[in-house]
Write a protein that binds this ligand. Structure first.
Ligand code: ZN
Ligand code: ZN
Length: 263
């Protein structure tokens, strides 16, 4: 089994996310019957942008202020891949609210289309977040990884965006000393509200195919290793229950959206 597959399997929450948000494919199929490919492409792009805004506020307010016990656990044990993914039930809750607001405002077709983008954004974020804390180091994720590690190990009040620095710039939580800004000052102006796009462009522009953030990570490795040694082991039965509850929740949400009397 390759490194990615092993990391993936070791992170049961990811299975949960794919179980629930893999159902995003289902809404996509449902939407496909009502939307042209062009419409779907436009709505998915809008959904991806909407997702990055949700990601930002969910991390900044919900995870750091409201559900901070769970998130502090991740901050204290960043190498424990079992407790890494976003708690899926609050995600379903905010996603349901988003879908209802969209359905009420724009109608069902648009809401379903945009929500495909939101679901895909959630999958991208949770997958890359696991990779940021694993040893799998592809060059195109290197700047994204370094940005997230800045939030973990340099200053928790900045870098709330995991897949884009865009909303950190807009809402004043951008880091002033991020390693890539020091090295390439023009990157401050290269901000896009789409998952990973900014970071992949940074990788291409800077030619950073090596581990540029190694110097940052090296200093922090000791802390990470200390944390890893005290990792928790999640209870198997609890994980299965979580999965069943989350999956049923996702199916019920979709059915509810489907039968709702919106145009
Ligand atoms: Zn955090
Ligand atoms: Zn993290």
């Amino acid at each position: 089994m390759n490194l990615f597959a092993r990391k993936f399997v070791r992170s049961p929450h990811l299975l949960e996310v794919f179980g629930c948000y893999g159902t995003g494919v289902l809404y996509m199929t449902m939407s496909y019957y009502h939307l042209s490919k062009l419409e779907l492409a436009i709505y998915v792009s809008i959904g991806l942008a909407v997702y990055t805004l949700l990601e930002y506020w969910f991390h900044r307010v919900v995870l750091h202020d409201i559900l901070n016990t769970a998130h502090n656990n991740h901050h204290e044990h960043p190498r424990n891949l079992r407790i890494i993914a976003t708690p899926i039930l609050p995600v379903q809750f905010y996603d349901t609210l988003v879908v209802f607001i969209l359905m009420y405002t724009f109608g069902k077709r648009v809401a379903f289309g945009i929500n495909c983008g939101v679901a895909i954004g959630q999958i991208i974020m949770d997958t890359t977040h696991v990779l940021f804390h694993s040893n799998f180091r592809p060059w195109y994720l290197e700047s994204a990884r370094s940005y997230h590690l800045h939030h973990h190990f340099v200053k928790e009040e900045v870098c709330h965006g995991l897949t884009t620095p865009f909303w950190d710039m807009v809402f004043g939580t951008a880091p002033s000393t991020w390693i890539y800004y020091k090295k390439y000052p023009f990157l401050r102006y290269l901000q896009l509200p789409f998952p990973l796009l900014t970071f992949v462009i940074i990788g291409l522009l800077t030619g950073d195919q090596s581990k540029t953030s190694d110097s940052l990570v090296k200093n922090l490795k000791v802390k990470q290793e200390e944390n890893a040694s005290s990792s928790h082991v999640a209870h198997g039965a609890l994980r299965s229950t979580n999965f069943v509850v989350s999956f049923s929740g996702a199916v019920l949400c979709m059915y509810w959206w489907h039968i709702s009397n919106f145009v």
